[in-house]
Design a protein around this ligand. Structure first.
Ligand SMILES: [Zn+2]
Length: 189
């Protein structure tokens, strides 16, 4: 009999993480995504990636960290975990749909540029803004991860669909997490 259900979870430390009531600007929002990546690596609960979702007032809608190896799930990237947990919590499959009651705009902050899977998922998640720390070339230079192919004008494709993109936010700090992971020689969890 095939499995009829999928269950994914964030690490237990997320429940006691010291989240702020509000993350007022782009730097603060990316800083949280990077802090989640740092903690995930330090705790040994997944790969060195973090993501967070915010409403228009900077309030947290959801967070994600990489859970691919612990959950035996190739789709459990940080951005995907943030999308899925926020959508479940809000009871809507598009975060910026008025039916969710979320104050626009909806922002995804991610510690590193989305891979080809998370990039694709971003079109359907109901986003208005995307904030990125490290670049894909940083990920591939500092770790063994292959981020996969994106359209040549991947930023333009998002922006034409109403998702404003900002890159290189706290890039050095975002790279430091990747570098630490790379220097450890890969998974330690
Ligand atoms: Zn991804």
């Amino acid at each position: 009999m095939p499995h009829a259900e999928v269950r994914l979870s964030l690490p237990h430390w997320v429940q006691s993480f010291a989240f702020a009531p509000c993350y007022p600007d782009a730097e603060a929002q990316v800083a949280l995504a990077i802090a989640l990546a740092e903690r995930n690596l330090a705790e040994g609960t997944g790969g060195p990636f973090g993501a967070a979702l915010f409403d228009g007032a900077g309030r947290l809608l959801g967070v994600g960290v990489n859970r691919v190896l612990p959950e035996h799930c190739s789709a459990a990237h940080a951005e995907m975990m943030a999308f899925m947990t926020a959508q479940q919590r809000l009871g809507g499959c598009r975060l910026n749909d008025p039916a969710t009651g979320v104050t626009a705009p909806v922002t995804l902050a991610t510690s590193a540029q989305p891979c080809c899977m998370c990039y694709g998922a971003s079109f359907w998640a109901g986003l208005d803004r995307m904030l990125i720390g490290a670049r894909a070339e940083d990920v591939m230079r500092l770790t063994e991860f292959d981020e996969g192919p994106l359209p040549a004008d991947w930023v333009g494709e998002l922006e034409r669909r109403g998702i404003v993109v900002r890159r290189d936010l706290l890039r050095e700090r975002a790279c430091a997490v990747l570098r630490r992971y790379g220097e450890q020689g890969g998974p330690r969890y």
